[in-house]
Design a protein around this ligand. Sequence first.
Ligand code: GDP
Ligand code: IMO
Ligand code: MG
Length: 429
Amino acid sequence: MANVTVIGAQWGDEGKGKIVDWLASRADAVVRFQGGHNAGHTLVIDGHVFKLSLLPSGIVSGTLSIIGNGVVLDPWALKSEVEKLEGQGVSITDDNFAIADNCPLILPMHRDLDGLREAAAGKGKIGTTGRGIGPAYEDKVGRRAIRVCDLAHLDTLDPQLDRLCAHHDALRAGFDQPPVDRAALLEELREIAPFVMRFAQPVWKRLKKVKRAGAKILFEGAQGVLLDVDHGTYPFVTSSNTVSGTAASGSGLGPNSTGFVLGIVKAYTTRVGSGPFPTELDDADGQTLGERGHEFGVVTGRKRRCGWFDAVIVRQSCAISGVTGIALTKVDVLDGFETVKICTGYRLRGKVYDYLPAHAADQAAVEPIYEEMEGWQQTTAGARSWADLPANAIKYIQRVQELIETPVALVSTSPERDDTILVRDPFMD
Ligand code: GDP
Ligand code: IMO
Ligand code: MG
């Protein structure tokens, strides 16, 4: 089995985009299978920076890139991202890019609702990206969604729009908002339809052909396991399943095709938005991690919260997602710390936990138990082989590996594509 599924093992922003781009040159197809343009993936190639939200990270290297049915697609966001990347010299054609025809759409009413709910929630807000992700997934499971294939049948869309707008108009009335302007929506859909339909196809069929030809498929997850709607820090999560299992249902290839599960793990921890974060640091160390790691969100520009590495949540993520091996990223951000800490367990009401309990109040109340290790003063930035790493950095990586009970397959030492150490090739496994 030569396929690889990449997922984030923390709260997102682990460096998935960099690793997917690096692996994409060895793959024949890259498939996004969940999430939407809430994702923000940064690629750096020879100093050139590419920021992707909706397009699979394989697009920059020219690898066949596919948006699977599990994604929620904002057609206008897609168009502006395609135009932005074309402006950076990336070629996007119906040869190298495909969209599942059964993919649900994010419409302006979804973004409206996301914003209205967050504003009304005040301090209890989720801190969403405001992209309409949650409301769009609700309409998908509520069987009210407008999907990509509907764009080819706009003349018969009325009954579907009736159902969808009836639902939204009732919610909007509760927020003192006017009903959806149906005529304007239909007109906007008419305008955008040809752009989307150029790429639309039964993706499951395309993937079946790719698979039969013996090609290597790379599944690209967005967000991270702790943001999974079932397994994450509910309700402070996104509205999709971010775990590896979704690669199958969100693309239309069976679970026997998703291959090596590569968990992307940051050498410390970050989170954007609200919700529990046991190892969060409000002190100078947290500040240093944020500054050295340039921890600002790609999508919203928000400052990411920072903290020490939490082995408990990563061990849990690796188990839940069946992670075969991890890519440990941003090791270089820890350079220069006199000591570094790893959370190995939690304390809650006098009891020690080796996992994150499910209840939100417990998740907010757990106290991290740390072990401290000596840091390293030499730089690891740009290291491309194990031999380039200082002894204490190696000790740290080995301790991480031990605590999360999962081997390290790759180590990343800078944002640049090739500043990557290969320990075990996921495609050869
Ligand atoms: P993603 O959402 O998981 O794709 O991650 P993001 O792109 O949102 O955030 C990761 C950030 O870290 C990006 O700015 C990357 O360019 C950067 N990055 C990735 N790997 C490394 C690394 O090993 N070292 C450093 N210093 N930066 C990295
Ligand atoms: P990538 O793919 C980090 C977070 C939001 C918020 C919660 C719900 O770049 O790792 P949503 O808009 O999805 O309803 O917001 O999820 N979130 C992310 N955090 N990285 C992401 O994606 C995220 N996508 C959503 O900040 O807390
Ligand atoms: Mg990101």
